[in-house]
Design a protein around this ligand. Structure first.
Ligand code: ADP
Length: 254
């Protein structure tokens, strides 16, 4: 029985094709989200890779910020439930999940079956999210995926004192104008995200095992800084950005 889970985010569209609730047949990420061609393209990609057609699917479940706009699914399920389920599949011992996506930060407490027990989310502000990284990558003229790698090389990170993305962007421009190395600016950016997210995490309380999902989990420097701030080890699953789509594909088995 093949099921398809789709996660239409603010920034990226993700899909996972699952066989019998336990085998990932194919998965894909397209770096455009709600209101774009991303959802359709990501579905075509996973079906092509899995050598299947839509008619071979038992059910399709859609989640994410853009789920309401996607009419071809059998069901829409909230991203909180899908992220909890997907994180539990990827890391069965997880009790806390930090998910940092393009526009929000979610911290979930889950049980051993991947059921959501409690959660906290950021306010409507880009600080601490992938959007903050995307804006800074643009100013620095680098790829967002390079921010983490560059940060790791830094020996003297600079302080980014503004949490507001617009003011922090000006701060980064001033640092560039002052001739500060990009790697030191990147390290300051990652620290700023970690500080913001750890503040939120401390409000709900962290229980081990702590797992991180979402696109920003691919940034090793943010993960390392978060570990420093929280004083705990963070597990990064192999496909962190796909947790929501995976959870949706698991729900589609029912
Ligand atoms: P959403 O569901 O809101 O679209 P995602 O969980 O897909 O969000 O994460 C998107 C964010 O992840 C982007 O804003 C980007 O900053 C970050 N991101 C994506 N890929 C990488 C990568 N390889 N390295 C670092 N950050 C990444």
């Amino acid at each position: 029985m093949y099921t398809l889970g789709i996660d239409i985010g603010s920034t990226a569209s993700k899909a996972v094709l699952l066989l019998d609730k336990n085998t990932i047949v194919s998965s894909a990420v397209v770096n455009v989200g709600i209101g774009s061609s991303g959802p359709e393209r990501v579905v075509q990609e996973v079906l092509k890779e899995g050598k299947l057609n839509k008619s071979d699917l038992f059910k399709i479940v859609v989640t994410g910020y853009g789920r309401v706009m996607y009419k071809q699914a059998n069901k829409q399920i909230s991203e909180l439930s899908c992220h909890a389920k997907g994180a539990n599949f990827l890391a069965p011992f997880a009790k806390t999940v930090i998910d940092i996506g393009g526009q929000d930060v979610k911290i979930l407490k889950i049980d051993k079956n991947g059921r959501l027990l409690n959660f906290i989310m950021n306010d409507k502000c880009a600080a601490g999210t992938g959007r903050f990284l995307d804006v800074m990558a643009n100013v620095l003229e680098i790829k967002v995926s390079d921010i983490g790698e560059l940060s790791i090389k830094s020996k003297h990170d600079v302080n980014i004192s503004n949490t507001c993305t617009v003011f922090a962007e000006s701060e980064v421009i001033s640092h560039l104008a002052a001739g500060i190395e990009k790697e030191d600016i990147c390290a300051g950016i990652c620290k700023s995200i970690a500080k913001k997210v750890s503040g939120l995490a401390k409000r709900i309380g962290i229980e081990n095992e702590l797992v991180m999902t979402g696109g920003v989990a691919n940034n090793k420097a943010v993960v390392r800084e978060l570990e420093n701030e929280l004083g705990v080890k963070i597990t990064i699953p192999e496909i962190p950005q796909l947790a929501g789509a995976l959870g949706a594909a698991i729900f589609a088995c029912k």
